[in-house]
Ligand binder design. Structure first.
Ligand SMILES: Nc1ncnc2c1ncn2[C@@H]1O[C@H](COP(=O)(O)OP(=O)(O)OP(=O)(O)O)[C@@H](O)[C@H]1O
Ligand SMILES: C[C@H](N)[C@H](N)CCCCCC(=O)O
Ligand SMILES: [Mg+2]
Length: 221
């Protein structure tokens, strides 16, 4: 029997095999393709950067009404649990519920799946509680098969629905083939390495994104 994420019709959760893997770029591409609303519930690292929310807003050309502010925003470039500890803040799971939104939601995680949010919660637990199907962003090159298959195994153990994988970087057809085969998943689209990440490049790449209702039909079958 297949497990179906409870909120499969509300949007997707964008996670990755690592931090810095390209989740924000892929989120911007998805928002542009689906005219979605973006939400990064747990932002860390604001001491060093502006955060992912303004980046996605600008790259996807989103109306401000299509951007939901983070539930928590911490200064330190660490996992949410550690960054919150430095500010004496404990994440309240009651604030990590799906917000009302126009159109589909694209929700971006922090780092990969096994990233602590609270003593009793990791990002993978947040995904399970939100009930959204996953888009898994991966590195395209050597080493990605192991990271990707481990991530898929962690998702499957919890009955979390997958839409597919988005490799970022130079095309590697062998890795894509092995991920699809051994991970029993599909490559949704791919993102090449870009000289410059701009609204124009995001708009161009958004044309390669499958329609959301096609992905949702696959999940609900
Ligand atoms: N295809 C690409 N071409 C060129 N640069 C890229 C590409 N993908 C990502 N980058 C760069 O790599 C860095 C990390 O990417 P990104 O911010 O999307 O990672 P992330 O997975 O969202 O990380 P976090 O866990 O912090 O949210 C950024 O500086 C981004 O500009
Ligand atoms: C600050 C950074 N850009 C991310 N927001 C947080 C990534 C936490 C990763 C934790 C880990 O897996 O070691
Ligand atoms: Mg990001």
């Amino acid at each position: 029997m297949r497990d179906i994420s409870t909120n499969w019709q509300r949007g997707v959760f964008v996670t990755g095999t690592d931090t810095g893997i390209g989740k924000t770029l892929v989120s911007a591409i998805l928002c542009r393709a689906w005219n979605a609303t973006y939400w990064k519930p747990l932002q860390t690292g604001l001491a060093d950067e502006n955060g992912d929310t303004p980046t996605v807003r600008d790259l996807a050309g989103l109306d401000p009404s299509r951007v939901i502010p983070p539930a928590y925003a911490f200064q330190a470039p660490l996992a949410p649990l550690a960054a919150g500890d430095l500010e004496n803040v404990t994440v309240n799971p009651g604030r990590l519920v799906l917000p009302q939104a126009q159109g589909p939601l694209v929700v971006e995680g922090a780092g990969g799946l096994m990233v602590p949010v609270r003593e009793d919660m990791m990002i993978v637990d947040l995904i399970e509680s939100l009930g959204l199907p996953v888009v898994l962003v991966t590195r395209s090159g050597l080493g990605t098969i192991n990271h990707t298959l481990l991530s898929l195994e962690a998702l499957r153990r919890r009955g979390i629905s997958m839409t597919g994988v988005v490799p970022v970087g130079p095309l590697n057809s062998g890795n894509e083939r092995d991920i699809a085969r051994f991970g029993e998943t599909q490559i949704l689209f791919r993102v090449p390495w870009l000289d410059a990440i701009t609204e124009t490049s995001v708009s161009g790449l958004s044309r390669n994104v499958p329609l959301l209702d096609v992905l949702q039909q696959q999940i609900s079958q």
